[in-house]
Write a protein that binds this ligand. Sequence first.
Ligand SMILES: [Zn+2]
Length: 331
Amino acid sequence: MMSKDQISLSRRRLLAGASVAAAASFVGGASSVMAKAPMQNMQAPAVYRLKVGAIEATVVSDGPLPMGEPKADVFVGLSKEDLTKALTDNFLPTDNVVLEQNVLVLNTGDKVVLFDTGMGTDKMLGPNTGRLPANLKAAGIDAKDVDAVVLTHAHPDHCFGLTTEGGGPTFPNAQIYMAQSDFDFWTDEAKLGNEMLKGFVAGARARLLPNRDRVVFIKDGQEILPGVQAMAAPGHTVGHTVYMITSQGKTMCCGGDIAHHYVVVVENPRLEFAYDTDGKQAVASRLRVFDMLAAQRIPVLPYHFPWPGIGHLAKRGDGYRYFPAPMQTAL
Ligand SMILES: [Zn+2]
């Protein structure tokens, strides 16, 4: 351990060093002293690969969703101050609550299966969304090769990417799997008159209705594709569904919006979210799914958790704790 004196001494040296370097670059003028490389000003492609038994899984980002400054009742009953404190305590920015969009792609050997589609070209939830197509390409996945698009639910950040700018299908050869209750709710013309819902409903209608003949409705508990089992987890939306993916004795859960924030909601799983259709039911579903995942030590990929979003949940008192899985640099 360094003593306090040593720390302040090395700090002083560091500061002195910094000012010498600053002076050198000032005296030396533009670029004559130090070699410089151009700033890249962009992140590397957001693609992350892992195996689930014999299945190759790839997480592909559609880009971040900024929710803005902490506000009261985004998580119902949580004050702005308490939300800010939770963010501060976890070393997170307090000027912007940012959620990710982690799209899961499976290659089962036989089928390419994509879970949720991101925002597509719609920027209603922020300027950095809509990155899925570019990241899929970077992952070596051709949209034409996608056999199945499986939706956890029909909110904008999960289904708007079904269509391209011109309204054509992004995944022209895919069947679309989803709960009928969500299809019916979010394409319901009568809800266009609801101020709160109309943007979401109009957008979902534009994506889902033209693709109606490709939609396959799923049932709770059904193995919708080999190794992919649907599990109803309603509340966030009426038909919100998570999926259990199993191969060769390994299982992972594609968790959709079972929780939106990896600290605030995991530690306080009884918090309802402002965008839940039925907050109480969403909480009941969350507790049931979390209990199962924790007891069976099954890894989960929630759509909005920090990139790439895979980790475990463990019980801690009345709540849970999220343990992100270490990212592997080799498969
Ligand atoms: Zn979402």
